[in-house]
Design a protein around this ligand. Structure first.
Ligand SMILES: [Zn+2]
Length: 67
């Protein structure tokens, strides 16, 4: 979803100007995912936390089977 920081609001892709600028203030609008730099190589911390939690939970279930 295109986002204008100047106006602090979202725009539908159809409502932005043809050159990708804001129809209200004329600022260049941030493009949706893919245009902004993201570090895809490293997982976000909450994903790692979820993996740890699931692993711990499943590990505990296995332990429970034997006690
Ligand atoms: Zn704007």
């Amino acid at each position: 979803m295109p986002w204008c920081e100047e106006c602090a609001r979202y725009f539908t892709p159809n409502s932005v100007e043809a050159d990708g600028s804001c129809p209200t203030c004329g600022d260049t609008i941030q493009l949706p995912d893919g245009a902004e730099p993201t570090n895809d190589e490293s997982s976000p911390w909450h994903f790692k936390l979820m993996v740890v939690a699931v692993t711990g939970y499943l590990g505990w279930r296995v332990v429970e089977l034997f006690i």
